[in-house]
Design a protein around this ligand. Structure first.
Ligand code: 16G
Length: 256
């Protein structure tokens, strides 16, 4: 009988009890090695259900966020993302931030190359519309889990060589002698659109942080303009707040 091994509960639709059975298999660590689900035939044999029921069960688990489809690669068990507390006062790079936490940073390149700047890039970088920028759009991952989408633009004159950036943008800027020393960053909450949600492996409509960073080199020139979407379920941006010197004196005076 279909669903026998799936432990069907009273009145629970078959695809749901198959979903529950799949969740138990996931929890038992059965697919842990590669995180990728076996093929449909193997799974439907294992759970003794038809492929149609299996597909419905898998679709429901994708909606629930237990599984994730990766285009052309299969269906994966979603690994719980690392949780990161990021101080807002330190000017660090993604690669450094992850290394400090014992996580391995990696990237999937979405776009890279040299271009003429968009009007926004030219304004934010304070450069002419005729000056070439190096643009690098990446999905940033920590231990293989997507954390953020970053689209950086850097005036090409701050980067040297044919292949200006290997892994880390800030490492490349450091080598070229133009490591940013100061940055202005603006964060706002947004609802994530379909394309970005798919890349970040979160549900469309989830909240995310839309971050704009303009970074400066020591002499005050603008070296980087980056727009990013950060998953809000993995990042806490933490800021330290202090009183101004005057307010502090008044506060200390009041205590005395
Ligand atoms: C951080 C920065 C980003 C910078 C990147 C460089 C935020 C919000 N953004 O992710 O502006 O371009 O680091 O990282 O912190 P990389 O050196 O690893 O390429």
């Amino acid at each position: 009988m279909e669903g026998r091994r799936a432990g069907r509960a009273e009145r629970m639709p078959l695809f749901e009890s198959v979903g529950e059975a799949l969740k138990r298999e996931i929890a038992s660590g059965r697919f842990a090695a590669a995180d990728v689900l076996p093929g449909e035939r193997e799974l439907s044999d294992m759970l003794e259900v038809s492929r149609t029921t299996l597909r419905r069960a898998i679709a429901a688990l994708v909606d629930e966020g237990v599984l994730v489809h990766r285009h052309g690669a299969g269906t994966f068990v979603r690994r719980s993302p690392p949780h990161v507390e990021q101080p807002l006062s330190r000017l660090t790079s993604f690669t450094e931030d992850m290394r400090l936490r014992g996580l391995t940073a990696s990237s999937r390149v979405i776009e890279r190359g040299t271009f003429l700047p968009t009007p926004e890039e030219s304004m934010m970088l304070d450069i002419a519309l005729s000056e070439t920028v190096f643009r690098l759009a990446r999905l940033r991952l920590a231990d293989g889990v997507p954390m953020a989408i970053e689209r950086a633009a850097v005036p090409l004159r701050f980067l040297g060589g044919e292949e200006p950036v290997a892994d880390s943008l800030y490492a490349a800027l450091q080598t070229a002698g133009f490591r940013p020393v100061r940055a202005l960053q603006r964060l706002r909450a947004v609802v994530i659109g379909a394309a970005e949600a798919a890349m970040l492996e979160i549900a469309e409509g989830s909240p995310a942080l839309d971050i704009h960073r303009v970074a400066f080199v020591a002499d005050g020139r603008r070296v980087e303009f980056t727009r990013s979407f950060y998953r809000s379920d993995t990042y806490d941006f933490v800021a330290e707040l202090t009183l101004s010197a005057n307010a502090r004196e008044r506060a200390e005076g009041a205590v005395r």
